[in-house]
Write a protein that binds this ligand. Sequence first.
Ligand SMILES: [Ca+2]
Length: 230
Amino acid sequence: MKAKWFVLFIVSVLAVSQASAGPLPNVVLYDNFDDGNYDGWSVTDPRGISTPAAPTIVPVSGGGYAVAANGFGEAMIFHPISVSSTPFRVEMRARSTRVTEVWMCHGADFYQMMDYGENHVVRVAKQIEGVGDTAFLWQTIANPHDWHTFQFSRDVQGWWSLNMDDGALVVDDFAQDTEFTSFDGVAFMLRPFGGNETSAIDWVRVSIPEPATLSLLAVGGLAILRKRRD
Ligand SMILES: [Ca+2]
């Protein structure tokens, strides 16, 4: 019996660790901008078709500082990464008056994940050669101009899912796409509506999900448990 409970405990711990959205050991990029700068990022349009403005750093409630665009300007920053993986996860806390976007870049092409406050939706799309624009998701959200947390993920089979505000809105498997499996950068596009309106990103985290070994350990634990019950 002791062994049974021990195995149950291990399986439970593994299950919880698998479900956790907390810091992961395989984080590719994380920045919360609370040091008051965006060092490591450059004011660049990875498409090479515009000369974007630099975002400002603004203090935000509950989040220290955020990168933001005010007024009518369109601000953009880019951070290099080097990732080859089908599964990945992009998380951010963002606020949108018009739109805040995070891109997973493959050269000048990219996956585009948008807090699209102007249209009261979250949108995910793919752009190729600056003209192709394949939309995967157009999902209405509540309180579109407030701060929200977004988790966009793609699994090993290429299925995309959305989790907003820690499970308040979940859209599983809304598209299957593996057009890009290597990425050389992460970019933000921040577009406000004008005046004192602000579109901002408080933090971003790009990670590769836990390797399958933990899942295999959990499955192995269950198998041992089942065997002991026989
Ligand atoms: Ca922050």
